[in-house]
Design a protein around this ligand. Structure first.
Ligand code: TMP
Length: 242
């Protein structure tokens, strides 16, 4: 990245740089992958570019469906321009099908279809290992108002309906995903971060039997191999329909 831009923040998978316009930022997607709060780390050449392209296409689609997001435009293959937001320190996970931590923490069997989407909140705090948090604790900590939390829940449910159809059209089943939101300079709530196979579980519907084929970061989390092949396949399917 051109050194005229200042590195404002470096996360596990992205770097955020300043922009000439103070209301904007430049976000660079890295090739690093982490799991279990960075206990497990690896680098996958080309992952940053794939996630950037996939996420850009999905954000463009959400914007067309009137979802307020931070995304402005692709700058190049692994960089986007976005609205600068004050990130709300919550991870909002929506689950359509039980998998992952839900099945480790309950007696619900992996692969169970949920009668209605389940929304779980996690506190974004690496030192505490991003713990599961309740609505009452969010209020107690004054993280956001209950009105804004309701707004975020409504937006998340709406995004789920849009994404379920988007992915079904490319033969993928949306199992669950994680979102992050923030406030822009006018205090509007915008969807931030990324939507990619790093933060969605996507199962291939092009399977003759019932075997689960994950085309997402579970390939790394569960040592399945073929992460770049899976992400490339998603990018290929998206570009075929758009
Ligand atoms: P979980 O089953 O591990 O709670 O994950 C649920 C979804 O959230 C899954 O699609 C992966 C995503 N996720 C993130 O994007 N970041 C995280 O730190 C975690 C724990 C999950």
């Amino acid at each position: 990245m051109n050194n005229k831009y200042e590195l404002i923040y470096e996360g596990k998978a992205k770097k955020v740089f300043s922009h000439d316009d103070v209301d904007k930022v430049i976000i660079e997607f890295k090739d690093d992958a982490t799991a279990f709060n960075a206990l497990k780390k690896a680098k996958f050449e080309g992952k940053g570019k794939l996630n950037c392209l996939i996420s850009a296409r999905i954000f463009e689609f959400l914007i067309k469906k009137n979802i307020p997001t931070h995304f402005i435009e692709l700058k190049n293959e692994n960089t986007i321009i976005a609205q600068k937001i004050k990130v709300i320190p919550l991870e909002i996970v929506l689950r359509n099908t039980a998998y992952g931590s839900l099945c480790k923490q309950t007696t619900i069997r992996p692969g169970t279809d949920l009668a209605k989407p389940l929304i779980d909140f996690y506190l974004k705090n690496d030192e505490l290992n991003d713990p599961l948090i309740t609505k009452d604790r969010i209020e107690l900590m004054n993280i956001i108002s209950s009105n804004d939390l309701n707004l975020i829940v409504d937006l998340t449910l709406k995004i789920n309906e849009i994404l379920k159809i988007f992915f079904k059209n490319i033969q993928l089943r949306l199992i669950d995903f994680k979102l992050e939101f923030g406030y822009d300079s006018k205090n509007n709530i915008l969807l931030g971060d990324e939507i990619s196979p790093d933060n969605c579980r996507l199962w291939d519907l092009n399977q003759k039997n019932d075997t689960i084929v994950s085309l997402d970061k579970d390939r790394f989390r569960n040592d399945l191999g073929g992460l770049i092949e899976a992400y490339s396949e998603i990018n290929r399917r998206i570009n075929k329909v758009i």
